[in-house]
Design a protein around this ligand. Structure first.
Ligand SMILES: *Cc1c(COP(=O)(O)O)cnc(C)c1O
Length: 424
C-alpha cells in the first residue's frame, strides 16, 4: 500500500480501523463547539463515558447501605481491589498475584524502594536515567539521603551521548557492569516522558541480574501504552499511575507489580498496613504483621473505592478493545505520523522537524516528541488555535501522543496539515 499525506488516505485508514468506534466511549474537551483533537493522553487520558455510572453505583450503594456496603454492595468494597489483577496483568504482562492497585505513583515508588533499595556501606549506588521525571528524581534523592548517603555520589545517571537525544542501551548496560561492585539498584523509566524513548526493559533487567542487582521500573508512560512482559522479563518490581494512558482520572489510584519470587518472601522489609495482612486472619486484629504472599502484601489501607470505580470503568474498555489490537493500531498511527512529518521535511527541503523519539517502533510508544528547528512556538500556537491539544516543552519541543483508543488517522493528518501551513 502506498502511504499518502492526504485527507482521503487518512480517512481510508480510519474506515479500515476495527477500533474506530471506541472513540465514542470518551468525552472530548470542546473547542468552538466541536471536539478537540486530543493528543495529550500521555499526560491525562480522556474521561470514559462509563465512569459516571461506575462511580454512581458506589455512591448509591454507600447511601443505601452504609457500612454494610463492604459486604453487600454490588461489588463488595472489602474485595473491590480484587477485580483489578485479571485486567491489569494483561496490560503489564504478569501473573495475577504479581499486581495490586493502591495509593498513587510516587508513594508507591517510595514503598517499593523501602523493600528493594537496601544499601550497604559497599553497595549503595542507584543507576537511573538522566532527566527522569522530577518526582522520581526527588524520590530517589530523598531515599539515598534517608539511608545516610550523598546523592551526588550515590546516584549514577546514564545520559545520551553528545549530539544525541536518546540513551543507547549499551551505555545503560555498560554503566551497570562498570559499577557492579557498588550498585544496589537499577531504577529506570519504561518510556521517558520527554523523548518518548521506550527502554529495553528486558536487557536492562538481565544485565542487572547478571551482577546480582535488583531492577525496577517506573512505567508511568508505559502502562497502557507499550507491550510489557514484566514477569517473563523477570523484572523485580514496577509501578505506574492510572491517569495517563490508562484514562482513570486525575490523581487516580495507581498500580504496582512485584515479581512472585519477592512477593512470596515474607522476610522482605516493608512498611506494613492492615490491608497487606493475610486475609484469613486479618479481622482477628492480632499483633504481629503476617503479609499476604502476593503483591497485595504491600497494601496499607483499605481500597479507595470511588477512585477505583473510575479505574475499573476504564480498564473494562481496554478489555473490550483487546491489548493486541490496541498495540497494532498504535504502531500504525505513529508510523503514519512519522511518515507525515518526514513528508513535510521533504517538502521544505530541510529538516525543520527533528523527531527526537526513536525511529524504531520497538523503541517508542504512542508519543512522538518533535524538536522544532524553526517556528516552534508559532506552530504550537496555531495548533492550539485550531483545537489541537498537544504539549509544549521548553525550549522548543512539541510532544504528541496519538492514542489508539480515541485518536484517528484523520487527527494525525490534520496535525501535519497545520504544521505544513505554518511552515509554507
Ligand atoms: C506522571 C509521572 C509521575 C507523577 O507522579 P504522581 O505521584 O502520580 O503525581 C511520576 N513519575 C513519572 C515517570 C511520571 O511520568
Amino acid at each position: 500500500m502506498n502511504v499518502e499525506n492526504t485527507l482521503a488516505f487518512a480517512q481510508q485508514l480510519d474506515e479500515q480501523d476495527e477500533l474506530r468506534s471506541f472513540r465514542e466511549k470518551f468525552y472530548f474537551p470542546q473547542h468552538e463547539g466541536r471536539d478537540c483533537i486530543y493528543f495529550t493522553g500521555n499526560s491525562l487520558g480522556l474521561q470514559p463515558r462509563n465512569v459516571q455510572a461506575y462511580v454512581q453505583q458506589e455512591l448509591n450503594d454507600w447511601s443505601n447501605m452504609g457500612v454494610e456496603g463492604h459486604f453487600t454492595a454490588k461489588h463488595p468494597w472489602l474485595h473491590y481491589h480484587e477485580m483489578f489483577p485479571s485486567l491489569l496483568s494483561k496490560i503489564v504482562g504478569c501473573k495475577e498475584h504479581e499486581v495490586v492497585v493502591m495509593n498513587s505513583l510516587t508513594v508507591n515508588l517510595h514503598l517499593l524502594m523501602v523493600s528493594f533499595y537496601r544499601p550497604t556501606q559497599k553497595k549503595y549506588k542507584i543507576i537511573c536515567e538522566e532527566k527522569a521525571f522530577p518526582s522520581d528524581q526527588y524520590a530517589i534523592e530523598s531515599q539515598v539521603r534517608y539511608h545516610g548517603f550523598d546523592p551526588k555520589d550515590a546516584i549514577i545517571e546514564v545520559k545520551p551521548r553528545p549530539g544525541e537525544h536518546t540513551i543507547r542501551t549499551e551505555d545503560i548496560t555498560d554503566a551497570i557492569l562498570l559499577n557492579k561492585d557498588e550498585l544496589a539498584l537499577v531504577l529506570f523509566g519504561g518510556v521517558n516522558y520527554y523523548t518518548g524513548q521506550f527502554f529495553d526493559i528486558q536487557k536492562i533487567t538481565a544485565t542487572a541480574h547478571e551482577v546480582d542487582v535488583i531492577a525496577g521500573f517506573d512505567l508511568a508512560h508505559a502502562a497502557g501504552n507499550v507491550e510489557l512482559k514484566l514477569h517473563d522479563w523477570e523484572v523485580d518490581f514496577a509501578c505506574w499511575c492510572s491517569y495517563k494512558y490508562l484514562n482513570s482520572g486525575p490523581g487516580g489510584v495507581a498500580g504496582v507489580y512485584i515479581h512472585e519470587k519477592h512477593a512470596k518472601n515474607k522476610g522482605l522489609p516493608r512498611f506494613a498496613g492492615w490491608w497487606g495482612y493475610t486475609k484469613e486472619s486479618r479481622f482477628k486484629m492480632e499483633k504481629g504483621f503476617v503479609p499476604i504472599e502476593t503483591a497485595e502484601g504491600w497494601q496499607l489501607s483499605n481500597a479507595p473505592v470511588l477512585s477505583m470505580a473510575a479505574h475499573k470503568a476504564s480498564l473494562d474498555i481496554f478489555k473490550e478493545a483487546g491489548v493486541e489490537k490496541l498495540h497494532a493500531k498504535r504502531k500504525r498511527l505513529t508510523a503514519f505520523l512519522h511518515f507525515i512529518l518526514n513528508d513535510i521535511n521533504a517538502k521544505q527541503q530541510k529538516k525543520i522537524i527533528n523527531i527526537i523519539t526513536p525511529d524504531n517502533e520497538n523503541e517508542r510508544g504512542c508519543q512522538i516528541s518533535i524538536l522544532m528547528e524553526a517556528k516552534g512556538k508559532e506552530v504550537f500556537n496555531a495548533l492550539t488555535k485550531k483545537g489541537i491539544v498537544a504539549d509544549w516543552r521548553e525550549p522548543n519541543v512539541i510532544r504528541v501522543a496519538p492514542v489508539p483508543l480515541y485518536n484517528t488517522f484523520e487527527d494525525v493528518w490534520k496535525f501535519g496539515s497545520i504544521i505544513q501551513s505554518i511552515l509554507a
